[in-house]
Write a new protein. Structure first.
Length: 572
């Protein structure tokens, strides 16, 4: 690589390359005199350059090639492992590829002779250096070694967390920081603690511990998408599974049958109910831990992603004295969260609100919540019959999944009660078909329904790391983007960074399809109209479909076309 910059100062290179102006440089030099920081870091802090600009200038000064973060993510996994993880993390160095007896590595400072010598000794290869930014190398190391981030937050969290074994009613509280365990079990105890803490820190909804042929894959679901956080060896599986079984009061000797249990994690600011499911697979027992109430977000209708006009409609119907409000969608689409937010909004001392749930996901002050226990015969049907005698004004039924529950919900709503519930269905019109399929007579269903709302969750672009781009025509056609809105819309996508798990997204928002049951729709239900007819009538009445709602979030710059395509289906 020819080098005309070898004897120039870094600041002068940046000016000569038109990355900064002379005024930017002078300002940074003044600040550098006070802070004694490196000039590059001062310029980054001032916002004059990005880390990639600094890397480019540094590589010109040293006569070394540079490499960007996205290219490091493409490094060969087998080559990466030629450098032990602890050495890579400590010295911020990543192996990229190998050619003959030469190993190409990414380093922040290619003149660090001590690290270069150590690399030669470790690998017995010649070292060829590419210059890269410090945080970019760290992100790539995290991705490639797939290990949990043992941050100060995680380590300190262990002392603030305790677990209640099994059910809360007969559970023994267990402090993860001080519990005495045998030396043999200690590594597995720490491993499970770290997994739980990382999942809670990232506000994840579930943890998957999956045995493979050689390794165990540990993934957490963040914003609805699974992310791998570690790959411990298969030798650690039995220890981890046994530890989780002990905490959730399951049979540690049973490895052939599925088992379900629960435990509670107590934090300083909230309790998290953990549902444990263990399933035998060909490589060993797979564990899924579902964290209920792990989100730190406040439950209010205003922060659930409703556009103003839809929020107005929803608020109108949740304040009616009687009738049924149904929210539909697949598992994990935020149905329960929306219902809880609605209950919190209408709660007052003047009304009696009772819920029947399996499981109770959030505990809400002032609301009577009943937890199902099928093993002792306390199921939806028997609970609802008893609740009739408790004179509730508002009733929430966790899910309508059979004819008996559907019948009771309809009768409740027809006798002067407001009933909230959820149904697993693809969209608002198909929810009516699903309830009819469960055996609810059309004349009763038509009379009781007030509103059906289908809901999905889409990931939102990381607001701190977004950039404008021009989508391809094919992408716009695929989502059905309105042609008259293309020129007036600014399209954004997230920039993958370690702070957003290299996805470009952070957080989720809901999209809604609201179907009000007016006299036309009611008459169609009485006449047993099919799903397509109901859909057409709802559209005439002004219903926005899920796909259209998703496109609306693209127009406001909240999400991306690819995310809308992932979460919704094409309209009829």
């Amino acid at each position: 690589m020819s080098n005309n910059y070898q004897f120039m100062k870094l600041g002068d290179i940046l000016v000569k390359e038109n990355i900064i102006t002379q005024a930017d440089l002078d300002k940074a030099l003044i600040e550098q005199k006070d802070t004694r920081e490196k000039l590059g870091h001062v310029l980054i802090k001032q916002g004059s350059i990005g880390e990639d600009d600094l890397v480019k200038a540094f590589s010109l000064q040293l006569g070394q090639e540079h490499i960007l973060e996205e290219d490091m993510f493409l490094a060969n996994q087998e080559v990466v492992q030629l450098i032990p993880e602890d050495f890579a993390a400590e010295n911020n160095v990543l192996a990229l590829n190998k050619s003959g007896d030469t190993l190409v590595v990414a380093m922040e400072d290619p003149e660090d002779l001590a690290v270069l010598d150590a690399l030669k000794d470790l690998t017995s290869l010649n070292i060829d250096v590419r210059v890269a930014g410090s945080s970019s190398i760290k992100s790539a190391i995290e991705k490639h070694y797939g290990k949990i981030k043992k941050s100060d937050e995680v380590e300190s969290a262990i002392s603030n967390i305790s677990i209640v074994k099994g059910d809360e009613e007969d559970g023994d509280e267990l402090d993860l920081g001080t519990e005495e365990v045998s030396a043999e079990d200690a590594p597995f105890v720490k491993l499970v603690n770290l997994i739980l803490n990382e999942a809670i820190k990232e506000d994840s909804s579930d943890i998957h511990i999956e045995p493979g042929k050689e390794n165990v894959s540990v993934r957490i679901r963040v914003d609805g998408v699974l992310l791998q956080i570690m790959t411990p060896p298969m030798s650690s599986l039995n220890g981890m599974v046994t530890r989780i079984k002990i905490l959730s009061k399951l049979n540690i000797a049973e490895h052939r049958l599925p088992q379900d249990g629960r435990m509670k994690i107590k934090l300083k600011d909230r309790d998290i109910d953990v549902r444990v499911s263990i399933l035998p697979t060909v490589h060993g027992e797979k564990v899924v831990l579902r964290l209920l109430g792990s989100g730190s977000k406040q439950l209010t209708l205003t922060n659930l992603g409703f556009p103003d006009e839809k929020l107005k409609i929803f608020r109108k119907w949740i304040r009616q004295p009687y009738g049924m409000i149904i929210i539909s969608g697949p598992t994990g689409s935020g149905k329960s969260t929306t219902l809880y937010a609605a209950l919190q909004e209408i709660y007052s001392e003047g009304i009696n609100i009772t819920t029947v749930e399996d499981p109770v996901e959030y505990q809400i002050p002032g609301i009577n919540q009943v937890q199902m226990h099928d093993e002792i015969g306390l199921d939806f049907t028997s609970s609802l019959r008893s609740i009739l005698r408790q004179d509730p004004d508002v009733l929430l039924i966790g899910e309508i999944r059979d004819k008996e529950t559907a019948d009771i919900a309809v009768k409740f709503s027809l006798t002067g009660h407001l009933v909230f519930s959820t149904v697993h269905a693809n969209d608002a019109p198909s929810t009516i078909a699903r309830l009819l399929d469960l055996g609810v007579p059309p004349f009763l269903l038509g009379s009781s329904l007030n509103l059906i709302m289908a809901q999905r969750l889409v990931r939102t672009i990381d607001a701190e790391s977004k950039e404008e781009y021009k989508p391809e025509k094919q992408e716009l056609d695929l989502v059905g983007f309105p042609e008259d809105k293309i020129n007036s819309t600014k399209f954004y996508k997230g920039v993958p960074k370690s702070s957003n798990h290299n996805t470009g997204y952070k957080g989720r928002t809901a999209i809604h399809e609201i179907m009000e049951i007016n006299s036309e729709v009611r008459n169609m239900i009485y006449k047993n109209a099919d799903q397509d007819e109901l859909f057409e009538q709802a559209k005439k009445n002004g219903m926005t479909t899920l796909r259209e709602a998703g496109i609306g979030k693209v127009m406001t710059g909240e999400t991306t076309i690819s995310e809308v395509l992932r979460s919704t289906v094409q309209d009829n």
